[in-house]
Design a protein around this ligand. Structure first.
Ligand code: GDP
Ligand code: MG
Length: 382
C-alpha cells in the first residue's frame, strides 16, 4: 500500500505503533509512527513480525473494490461477434506554438455535422468529426484538452484514453524538445503516431527537414519505406486537413483493430470536469465500450449519480452515447478528475457505496501525503 505509515500498519495488525517504531529502530531504520514509509520498509517489518505483506497499488485496490461488487472494468463483454468497429480516439501533441490548438479548430470547422447543427459549438474537452474515406463515412474522436498535460495526467493514472497520437511539427521550426517529449509519451503508451507537418504556408517551411529529423527518432515516413504517415498541412490556411483525417483512418485500419461491444453497460473515462453554478458537477465522459443512456446510474472516480441529461459538442441534447463518443453529462454528486474511469452500475445504492469507499481511499492517500510532509518539516527543525 503506497504512502502507508507505521500507524496505518499497526492499526491493520492490531499492534501498538510505538512498538513498531522500536522494532524498526532495532532493524536499523529510524522512522516515526506517522511518517509514510517505503514499500521495502513495510516488507522488512512484515518479515520481522512474520506477516506476509502485499503491496497493493491504488489501481489494484480499486479493481478489488469493484470486484467485490462483481464489476469488471476495462473488458468488453460477450462473444467476439458482439464486438463492432468503433471510431479511433486521437490526441494531438507537439511543441508549444506548433499549431495544436489551431489544428483542433480547423478539424472541427471541417466537420459537416457540426456545420449542419448550426448550434454554438462548446468546448467539452473532446469532439467527434465525420470524414469520408474511400466513399465511406468514418468518424474520428479528438481529445482536445489543451496541451498534452491531460493526456500525460491520464496516462500517469493508468488510463488508456488514446488510440492514435497526431504529432504536430511546425515545418519552419522543425523538431523541438517537446516534440521529442510528446513522441516519447506516445511510444511509452504504445500508440501509433501520425505526423502533421504544419505551417507549410510559411515561406521558410521545410517539410523534408522534419521528415529527416524524425527519421532519426525512429519515425520513418512511408515514402522512405517506413510505416509512419507524414501529412503536410496548414492549420491556419486550412490546407489538407482532409488528408490528415484520411491518414488517421488509414493508420487505424492498418495497425489497430478497434472494436467494442455497444450492447453492454457503458464504461469509459472522465476527460474533463468542473462545477457549474447552475447545473452542478458537469463532466465530459468518453464512452469506451457499451452505450451510455440518460437515466443510467454511474460512478466516476469518487462521484456517483444518475445521468440527468447529456449533450454533444454542438450543445445538442442526446439520449445515448455509443463507443468512442464523448458527451457532457449532468447529474453527478461531485467533480471527478481527468482520467477517472466511469461505469454504469446496477442501481443508485451500489453507485453510492462504491463512491463512498473510493472517497475514503482518496482521503487516506492524501492523509499519508500530508503526514509525510509534516515529518520532513520536523526533521529540518532538528
Ligand atoms: P499550440 O501552442 O501548439 O496550441 O499552437 P497554436 O495553435 O496556438 O498556434 C501558435 C501560433 O501559430 C498561432 O499564432 C497560430 O495562428 C499560428 N499557426 C498555427 N498553425 C499555423 C499554420 O498552419 N500556418 C501559420 N502561418 N501559422 C500557424
Ligand atoms: Mg494550444
Amino acid at each position: 500500500r503506497r504512502g502507508a505509515s507505521l500507524t496505518d500498519f499497526a492499526e491493520k495488525i492490531g499492534a501498538d505503533a510505538a512498538s513498531l517504531v522500536q522494532v524498526m529502530f532495532h532493524l536499523g531504520e529510524m522512522v516515526t509512527a506517522t511518517q509514510s514509509v517505503t514499500d521495502e520498509t513495510l516488507q522488512l517489518l512484515g518479515a520481522e513480525l512474520e506477516y506476509d505483506i502485499q503491496v497493493v497499488s491504488p489501481e489494484d485496490e480499486d479493481r478489488e473494490l469493484l470486484e467485490s461488487f462483481s464489476i469488471e472494468f476495462g473488458e468488453d463483454e460477450g462473444e467476439d461477434s458482439e464486438l463492432l468497429p468503433r471510431p479511433p480516439v486521437v490526441s494531438v501533441m507537439g511543441h508549444v506554438d506548433h499549431g495544436k490548438t489551431k489544428l483542433l479548430d480547423a478539424i472541427r470547422n471541417e466537420d459537416v455535422v457540426a456545420g449542419e447543427a448550426g448550434g454554438i459549438t462548446q468546448h467539452i474537452g473532446a469532439y467527434q468529426v465525420q470524414t469520408e474515406v474511400d466513399g465511406t463515412e468514418r468518424k474520428i474522436t479528438f481529445i482536445d484538452t489543451p496541451g498534452h498535460e491531460a493526456f500525460t495526467a491520464m496516462r500517469a493514472r493508468g488510463a488508456r484514453s488514446t488510440d492514435i497520437a497526431v504529432l504536430v511539427v511546425a515545418a519552419d521550426d522543425g523538431v523541438m524538445p517537446q516534440t521529442i517529449e510528446a513522441l516519447n509519451h506516445a511510444k511509452a503508451a504504445g500508440v501509433p503516431v501520425v505526423v502533421a507537418v504544419n505551417k507549410i504556408d510559411v515561406p521558410d517551411a521545410d517539410p523534408a527537414k522534419v521528415r529527416g529529423q524524425l527519421t532519426e527518432y525512429g519515425l520513418v515516413p512511408e515514402e522512405y519505406g517506413g510505416d509512419t504517415m507524414f501529412v503536410d498541412i496548414s492549420a491556419k490556411a486550412r490546407i489538407n486537413i482532409e488528408g490528415l483525417l484520411e491518414a488517421i483512418i488509414l493508420t487505424a485500419d492498418a495497425s489497430l483493430d478497434l472494436r467494442a461491444n455497444p450492447h453492454q453497460d457503458a464504461e469509459g473515462l472522465a476527460i474533463e470536469a468542473h462545477l457549474d453554478k447552475g447545473r452542478g458537477p458537469v463532466v465530459t465522459v468518453l464512452v469506451q465500450r457499451g452505450t451510455l443512456r440518460v437515466g443510467d446510474s454511474i460512478i466516476a472516480g469518487p462521484a456517483y449519480g444518475r445521468v440527468r441529461a447529456m449533450f454533444d459538442e454542438n450543445g445538442q441534447q442526446v439520449d445515448e452515447a455509443p463507443p468512442a463518443r464523448p458527451v457532457l453529462a449532468l447529474g453527478l454528486s461531485a467533480v471527478p478528475r481527468a482520467g477517472d474511469n466511469f461505469m454504469v452500475v446496477a442501481d443508485d445504492r451500489m453507485a453510492r457505496q462504491i463512491a463512498e469507499r473510493r472517497e475514503a481511499a482518496v482521503r487516506n492517500a492524501s492523509f499519508a501525503r500530508i503526514t509525510k510532509r509534516v515529518s520532513l518539516d520536523d526533521l529540518s527543525k532538528l
